[in-house]
Design a protein around this ligand. Structure first.
Ligand code: ATP
Ligand code: LTN
Length: 332
């Protein structure tokens, strides 16, 4: 039998996940776990690049694990683990820092955005974020990295760093490729449909959180910004609000964009928004119930994390020791 290819992705345990994270990340992982050797991490080391409340960070780590499992990510098939449980991430990040230029990091879109949003705390970690992400991916020799559009630039840098290192020594790292999907790769903010929906946005009405109850989901969709005119047509240039709602509906109802358009032909914006809200709310309810059941079983969640950390540390350790040999770190 062919060896399965390796796939790596991670989410930060910050805030509550939005349907953007769910669609852009987790639902894809479900299919991928059948085909690839998957590592799915909880990126708590990335999370602290923005100040976190310690008790909340701890709680959200388990919340996110429970959500992965509730969504159908199977710990028997994938390695689920917490980034800080595998010290090799910080260790490789340090080495890769010496293969990364300050100028490159200053030019990263996310760094510029987050520096503006957190002007009081533009810390070194925030700038180093892409290098830690490169370390995550390269440690596991991942061929594929499924992420949303917003991570494209970070993935490019991870590839550049891998190639730089390979060229300076000899082939050491697999050069990873991003897996970006077309529909749903970017879900936009309901209040500002030119902007991606984000779990840390200022206006909570713009994001649908997986933790929102049915009434909240429907209320937020009813208030969603639509566009001038009254036609329900997919046209992201001229009708960003309606197009975003059509994307959300098509993903949650499991239909194509043209089927989604057909469902609402001749209907008004009010009916449309209500139908999208109901479709989303009905899909989220069972997920939330299963997540709550798992959170109550801390012993089980801890056992998943322990097994995950052992497996991840084993793979990561092999890459790290290769790197240490190549760069000339004396081994004992
Ligand atoms: P933050 O607001 O805290 O920066 P975020 O909502 O952007 O967080 P991340 O933790 O950075 O979320 O991303 C987790 C995953 O979800 C990534 O693969 C990212 O590409 C994907 N993702 C995030 N937002 C969206 C979105 N609006 N549409 C599609 N995918 C998304
Ligand atoms: N920065 C990523 C989360 C992340 C990640 C990774 C994704 C951290 N390490 C490694 C893919 C591979 C984000 O989605 N915001």
């Amino acid at each position: 039998m062919d060896e399965k290819k390796t796939l790596y992705s991670a989410i930060q345990p910050t805030n509550n996940l939005t349907i953007g994270n769910y669609v852009g990340a987790i639902t894809n992982w479900l299919k991928l776990q059948e085909e690839y050797d998957c590592y799915f991490a909880i990126a708590n080391m990335h999370a602290i690049t923005v100040r976190q409340d310690p008790a909340e960070l701890r709680r959200k780590t388990l919340d996110l694990l429970a959500l992965y499992i509730a969504c159908g990510i199977d710990p028997a098939k994938c390695c689920l683990y917490v980034q800080s449980h595998v010290p090799a991430h910080a260790e490789l990040c340090w080495v890769l820092n010496t293969f990364t230029y300050v100028g490159e990091m200053e030019r990263m879109t996310q760094f510029k955005d987050k520096s503006a949003r957190h002007a009081e705390n533009v810390n070194m970690g925030l700038m180093d974020y892409p290098v830690l992400m490169a370390a995550d991916i390269l440690l596991y020799q991942a061929q594929y990295v499924p992420v949303g559009e917003d991570q494209r630039q970070h993935l490019e840098i991870a590839r550049d760093i891998a190639q730089r290192f390979n060229n300076a020594y000899s082939p050491t790292f697999t050069v990873p490729e991003g897996l970006f999907l077309k529909v749903g790769a970017k879900i936009n903010d309901l209040q500002d449909p030119q902007k991606k929906m984000s779990k840390s946005c200022e206006n909570p009405n713009g994001s649908i959180f997986l933790s929102d109850d049915k009434d909240t989901v429907i209320r937020k969709f009813k208030r969603a910004v639509t566009d001038s005119g009254s036609e329900i047509k997919y046209d992201p240039e001229n009708k960003p609000g309606v197009s975003n709602l059509l994307t959300i509906y098509s993903v949650f109802a499991g239909k194509s964009i043209s089927e989604a358009e057909a469902d609402f032909s001749g209907k008004g914006y009010g009916d449309f928004k209500l139908a999208v809200g109901e479709t989303v709310a009905d899909r989220l309810a069972p997920l939330r119930a299963e997540q709550a059941r798992l959170i109550a079983d801390k012993e089980y969640l801890d056992s998943v994390l322990k097994a995950g950390a052992e497996r991840a540390a084993h793979t990561a350790g092999r890459t790290l020791s290769k790197v240490y040999k190549k760069i000339g770190f004396y081994q004992i």
